[in-house]
Design a protein around this ligand. Structure first.
Ligand code: BJW
Ligand code: ZN
Length: 283
């Protein structure tokens, strides 16, 4: 899908879903933002792949978004799993190995510490599109993982994930995958033996209704929202912060570059969020 088509869908969606987009005068005044944060009672931090970039996990869009010769987003679809479950399992096996080896960075830690410090007098919710588990490892508690988790499988009664030892290396000369389907992880539930899949929300699939409703609840109640390291192009998460800004919540974006949504927000803090977030969330 072209960027212009995407932007036009996005504009249509926002126009349809909120009565009017308020013109906001944008600021990068950190002192002023911190004052607003201080008086907020309900705070949401909405994160995307950019927050994990400084831990060494590639983002989806941009140079790092490839595994072997495949664009990562092309493997994150039910169609890809249907046509080659082994290829998709290898891809996620590689992703798990990468995520397990890295550590939460200053951005994840600043968010977790902010919740520990202010969670008794504010409602602080972290809504992440990431599946890498780094927010939880940093200590975030009130956490909603919108797109699932790398370390869970779909068969909910049996969480066991069998290791695919030695598979998943990002060798660009390797095409396809040849693990027989019977060797892929299967459900251990008596009488089931169904093929397991990563517990991830792929394109065209619905988000978990409970997680989505909790996220919508937090978004519609927040006074302040921090949008961190997301390109704001994947729905429904892409409209959360725009809707909050349109109803009057204060929204601050933290990114290394502007996104299609930047102009809708009150604050824009340019730079790596491992640097900007600790400053924004410190007392
Ligand atoms: C830094 C940084 C640093 C870098 N510091 N910043 C309405 C209109 C049009 C289409 C749709 C629509 N509603 C639904 C759709 C279809 C689709 C969609 O949105 N498509 C768009 C591409 C248009 N959405 C869905 O299918 C969703 N399902 C759904 O809505 O069901 C109902 C429905 C279906 C179909 C039609 C209508 C309704 C499901 C979406 C699932 C997304 N899944 C993925 C894969 C997860 C699996 C995996 O991890 O393998 O989730 S896609 C991928 O994108 C992943 C991410 O979570 C997601 C968002 O990406 P994110 O996090 O923003 O990353 P990047 O790489 O895009 O951006 C990184 C940012 O960081 C950049 O801005 C950098 O600048 C920045 N950055 N370093 C600060 N140090
Ligand atoms: Zn089963």
């Amino acid at each position: 899908m072209s960027i212009s088509l995407l932007n036009s869908i996005r504009r249509t969606l926002v126009v349809c879903s909120v009565p009017k987009i308020m013109a906001v005068r944008q600021s990068s005044d950190m002192t002023k933002f911190k004052e607003a944060l201080k008086s907020a009672k309900q705070v949401v931090i909405l994160s995307g792949a950019g927050i994990s970039a400084e831990s060494g996990i590639p983002t989806f869009r941009g140079a790092g978004g490839y595994w072997r010769k495949y664009q990562s987003t092309s493997l994150a679809t039910p169609g890809a799993f249907k046509s080659s479950p082994s290829l998709v399992w290898e891809f996620y096996h590689y992703r798990r190995e990468v995520a397990a080896k890295v550590q939460p960075n200053a951005g994840h830690i600043a968010i977790a510490q902010y919740e520990q410090k202010h969670g008794s007098d504010k409602t602080i919710t972290v809504i992440t599109q990431n599946v890498d588990g780094l927010h939880a490892r940093a200590g975030s508690k009130n956490l909603l993982e919108l797109h699932g988790n790398l370390y869970k499988t779909r068969c909910t009664k049996c969480k066991e994930v069998l290791a695919l030892e030695g598979r998943g290396a990002p060798d660009e000369n390797v095409v396809g995958s040849d693990i027989p389907e019977k060797s892929l992880p299967h459900c251990k539930k008596s009488g089931c033996n169904g093929l397991l899949r990563p517990h991830i929300v792929w394109f065209g699939e619905s988000l978990d209704p409970y997680v989505l409703s909790k996220a919508e609840e937090a978004m519609s109640a927040c006074d302040v929202c921090l949008v961190v390291g997301t390109s704001s192009v994947v729905y429904p998460a892409a409209m959360f912060a725009s809707q909050a800004a349109a109803r009057g919540a204060i929204v601050a974006e933290f990114n290394i570059e502007p996104t299609p949504a930047t102009h809708e927000f009150h604050y824009y803090f340019e730079g790596p969020c491992g640097t900007t977030l600790p400053e924004a969330l410190a007392d």
